[in-house]
Design a protein around this ligand. Structure first.
Ligand code: ADP
Ligand code: ELE
Length: 304
């Protein structure tokens, strides 16, 4: 059955390591990465759109052309004169990534300023994807605007997908982070957290504690990712575990979680059982971490 997926968040200019000490430029951002990978594997009668804000400068034009060139619609990306996209750089240590950010005045911070625009885009969609990064970059009043539209989407039976993607540097106050992520989860039907983040920042003593905390917020579906240990699924009240796929050499873990999310949602939307979708998503994430950057070219990914 045809449908529409909408991802909401910030895409940035990405700088990654390349040959001979050079840096290579691309574009990425967690929710956009999820949209990119979902597009690779969704049936062709599904559309994928991004909701964000960019500037009116050349790099913003390039970013939108990049999105369109990869099959992600940009009709819901606002253009804001005088603002520019943010930028981030990937640092690697034995394949594990960390980031530097230049994003404090990015256009994307204004993505939820217009509630009517948000509502129209969400109403037109079947699956809506957002993250803790989406919430972290917004002014407090815009967090509320976004969450109230997502609650409305949940109430009418849409699939609302939330990856807490906790980035401590984007939050000035960790209590506010915990409260906001909690409200984000409450507005969702499916949470896709990384266990590592949850134990570190919510103090969960175990996987069981993470699952119980999100279930208590009324989130019916969960996929808790745990790096090389695989992922635990909660669907239809039943729990199951899907192992990760084997990887010869980890080059860059950037977007392991986002690529998993995108491939998983695509397979689920196409009618696969959650375990089957997660096994495929693990294969996709395993391919992604064997290459530099968040977005790996189609010919290097498992064929869908
Ligand atoms: N070392 C690894 N070996 C194989 N697969 C991995 C590895 N690390 C991550 N993955 C895959 O990527 C998924 C997401 O990884 P995780 O590290 O939990 O997410 P995030 O990047 O959001 O922190 C895992 O569920 C797994 O399928
Ligand atoms: O940090 C941000 O704000 C970004 O969006 C940059 C990265 O592209 C994602 O963070 C990658 O996400 P992971 O899948 O968790 O590796």
């Amino acid at each position: 059955m045809a449908g529409r997926l909408l991802a909401i968040g910030e895409c940035m200019v990405e700088l990654m390591q390349a040959e001979g000490g050079l840096m290579r430029k691309s574009f990425a951002g967690d929710t956009f990465n999820t949209a990119y990978y979902a597009r690779q594997y969704l049936p062709s009668d599904w559309s994928v759109d991004y909701l964000s804000a960019v500037g009116t400068d050349t790099i913003s034009d390039e970013m939108l052309a990049f999105m369109e060139g990869h099959g992600v619609g940009t009709a819901h990306v606002a253009r804001i004169a005088g603002r520019s996209p943010g930028l981030y750089m990937i640092h690697l240590k034995d394949g594990e990534r960390s980031f530097s950010y230049w994003r404090s005045a990015s256009a994307a911070k204004l993505l939820a300023h217009d509630g009517d625009r948000l509502r129209a885009a969400i109403e037109a969609s079947d699956i809506i994807v957002f993250s803790g990064i989406t919430l972290a970059i917004l002014p407090a009043e815009d967090v509320e605007t976004l969450l109230s539209e997502l609650r409305r989407a949940k109430a009418v039976g849409k699939r609302v997908v939330f990856d807490p993607n906790i980035r401590p540097r984007l939050w000035d106050d960790m209590d506010r982070m915990r409260a906001t992520v909690t409200e984000g989860a409450r507005a969702s039907t499916l949470v896709m957290p990384s266990l590592d983040d949850e134990t570190t920042h919510f103090g969960d003593a175990s996987l069981e504690a993470t699952i119980a905390r999100y279930a208590a917020l009324g989130v019916a579906e969960q996929v808790v990712k745990d790096g090389g240990e695989g992922a635990t699924l909660v669907f239809g009240g039943k729990r199951s575990h899907v192992p990760s796929a084997s990887v010869e050499k980890i080059v860059d873990t950037t977007s392991a979680g986002d690529s998993f999310n995108g491939a998983f949602l695509a397979r689920l939307a196409a009618g696969a059982a959650p375990q089957e979708a997660a096994r495929f998503a693990a294969d996709v994430a395993a391919a992604v971490i064997q290459h530099h950057g968040a977005l790996v070219a189609k010919d290097k990914l498992p064929q869908g």
